[in-house]
Unconditional design. Structure first.
Length: 109
């Protein structure tokens, strides 16, 4: 992506189940080589690399070269945007579940 384009949207990046699995795998280790990540999927190295590139564009993944190997690391900071969005709806559901509970209690009487 060019410097004048914004990073990929975090929500877009985590929309795909393969990318969510990659995030989970990277969260479990400090740093993981590409070949180790590729072993976890029924797809080729190129396909896994494309998913990692999308995560990298969203700022969720960093990489570094060590010799001929590329190693990936999770940067979970952008996920705070997702957490904040979910928290708003958590308040909504808590309020509505409280109302439902009250309604059910009133029906029992």
């Amino acid at each position: 992506m060019s410097d004048d384009n914004p990073l990929r949207d975090v929500f877009d990046a985590i929309a795909d189940p393969t990318r969510r699995r990659l995030i989970r795998l990277l969260a479990e280790a400090e740093e993981v080589p590409l070949h180790e990540l590729t072993k976890q999927f029924a797809m080729g190295r190129t396909a896994v690399s494309k998913h990692l590139a999308i995560l990298k564009e969203a700022g969720l993944v960093t990489d570094r070269k060590v010799g001929r190997e590329t190693r990936f690391r999770l940067n979970a900071a952008p996920l705070s945007e997702v957490q904040a969005w979910v928290a708003d709806y958590s308040k909504f559901w808590s309020k509505n579940l409280w109302r439902l509970s009250r309604l059910l209690e009133d029906d029992e009487v």
